[in-house]
Design a binder for this molecule. Structure first.
Ligand SMILES: [Ca+2]
Ligand SMILES: [Ca+2]
Ligand SMILES: [Ca+2]
Ligand SMILES: [Ca+2]
Length: 486
């Protein structure tokens, strides 16, 4: 019996649910009346992703309940509430990222913590300071922000998150990336010693779609290659923040996570299934990227960069806005952000699945054309101006069909005597053919077609019984998995 293929819709959306103070977002989300949050929720209720990353969502790093307060209020008061008559959403599984944004380094001297080289270490902030003063504080933090957790990100999932297996790289130092492109001569040695590569966080969030069928959601939000000078410190950091994922999927031994565990996504037992997603602040062809930063991932042998999510709104607005758009090389239809004419609209929000473990069914960018009745969802009110947008980014989604990966084909293999028989059990996967081999000396193995294998697709469990073997000794078994249905 063939089971229906498992398909998941994965989306990324920089929704600009950030605020000037730490208390403001939870306060705005305490009611059901915030127009921006309503429209972000309505877009999500229309696209209905199974798993979604929301960039630029303030996360108070203070221990629970504050860390999850805004995230849970957005769920309770917006996602789970019908917008414009649409069906509510329900995401039982959620993750709020602790972020480097707005976190002061604690360094006292200009040798150690003046990250913008203005001659002063600004290490305290106040909500009543001027914008210029807050910016000076943000510039000297581990990641730019006016307070700890501004511009962080959250994940909502219909499927269980394997919480114990989450790995984050918030503390990884830029200097520890071999061949880094840190601006030459810009940071002092004291600054290099403390500088964290991730401007927010880089997190591997394993999501279990079905028992044993896992994909790794690789979430981040590299700094924009702007707000700097000729040294291009932010453009260079953006490049290397993206490179962190290139190294992670390549299982680079020098990477260390926030628990001190070295290495990346191991492919020792076969290829891994992953999705790299987020506002990467990098367009493959246009904009101010350092050395084509996003192409480190798009050109990676393990990444499927074939799908090109597109929208009618992107196709329409690039030529309308003019300016830098008129010189863009990339197709306007693939743009995901509506910026100023000087910057132009860019394709900076990405959903990049692994080649292994997925085939792509469909994809898109939520950007209706101006003639579409849904166009108004992009704006806070009927004034359809750039400054009145709910966010300058657009949601990108992709429908992914799960295909088998060898690394997940045989899980928790166990053998036991049951009366006269030996019974093998393991976690199985659809689309895989199994057989059992037997050996007396671990050298010579022989196929055992007489050992029946029963696979239960509903529970993803396989059971093989070697009849009459219960009283024998010195007998070894192994399970051979082959991709492809029997
Ligand atoms: Ca400095
Ligand atoms: Ca400074
Ligand atoms: Ca720059
Ligand atoms: Ca463009």
């Amino acid at each position: 019996m063939l089971a229906a293929p498992l398909q998941v819709r994965v989306a990324t959306f920089n929704c600009s649910l950030n605020r000037p103070t730490q208390e403001q977002l939870p306060a705005d989300l305490a009611t059901t009346a915030n127009v921006q949050a309503q429209k972000v929720a309505e877009i999500l209720q229309r696209v209905r992703p199974d798993v979604v990353l929301l960039n630029e969502f303030d996360v108070d790093p203070t221990s629970n309940p504050f860390r999850v307060l805004a995230m849970n209020r957005f769920h309770a008061n917006y996602l789970a509430v019908s917008q414009s008559g649409l069906a509510p959403l329900n995401y039982p599984y959620r993750y709020a990222a602790i972020s480097n944004t707005g976190v002061p380094t604690g360094a006292a001297s200009t040798n150690g913590g003046d990250f913008d080289n203005n001659g002063a270490v600004v290490s305290s902030y106040s909500d009543t300071a001027t914008t210029a003063q807050k910016d000076l504080y943000g510039n000297d933090c581990f990641g730019f922000g006016w307070f700890p957790g501004q511009y962080s990100f959250v994940v909502y999932s219909k499927y269980p998150i394997q919480t114990a297996a989450i790995r984050s790289f918030r503390l990884f130092k830029w200097k520890d990336l071999p061949g880094h492109v840190m601006p030459p001569g810009y940071y002092t040695s004291g600054e290099q010693d403390i500088f964290r590569l991730s401007s927010k966080n880089h997190v591997d969030i394993p999501i279990e779609v079905k028992p044993g069928q896992v994909f790794h959601l690789l979430a981040s939000h590299p700094t924009p290659p702007a707000f700097d000078s000729s040294e291009d410190r932010n453009g260079r950091r953006n490049h290397d923040e993206i490179r962190l994922w290139k190294e992670y999927i390549s299982n680079a031994p020098f990477l260390y996570d926030d628990d001190g565990v070295f290495g990346g996504l191991s492919s020792a037992n076969g290829e891994q299934r992953f999705v790299i997603l987020g506002d990467m602040n990098a367009d493959p062809l246009d904009g101010d990227s350092f050395n084509g930063a996003i192409n480190q991932l798009r050109n990676h042998s393990l990444v499927n960069a074939g799908p090109n999510p597109a929208s009618p709104g992107g196709a329409e607005q690039g030529p309308l806005l003019g300016g830098a758009n008129l010189n863009d090389i990339g197709a306007h239809a693939n743009d995901t952000a509506y910026f100023s004419p000087g910057t132009g609209n860019l394709r900076v929000d990405h959903v990049l699945p692994s080649k292994a473990g997925f085939s792509v069914a469909d994809s898109g960018v939520f950007w209706p054309a101006s003639t579409d009745p849904l166009y108004g969802l992009l704006f806070l009110s009927a004034s359809y101006t750039q400054g009145n947008q709910i966010t300058d980014h657009r949601l990108v989604w992709m429908d992914l069909i799960l295909t088998p990966v060898l690394s997940q084909c045989v899980r928790n293999l166990a053998a036991e005597r049951q009366g006269a028989d030996v019974v093998l059990k393991w976690g199985s996967q659809a689309g895989v053919t199994y057989r059992v081999e037997r050996s007396a000396d671990l050298v010579q193995w022989s196929d055992q077609p007489a050992i029946p294998i029963v696979v239960n697709g509903a529970t993803s469990m396989a059971i093989a019984t070697d009849p009459g073997a219960g009283s024998t000794t010195g007998r070894f078994y192994r399970v051979v998995a082959t991709l492809g249905a029997d």
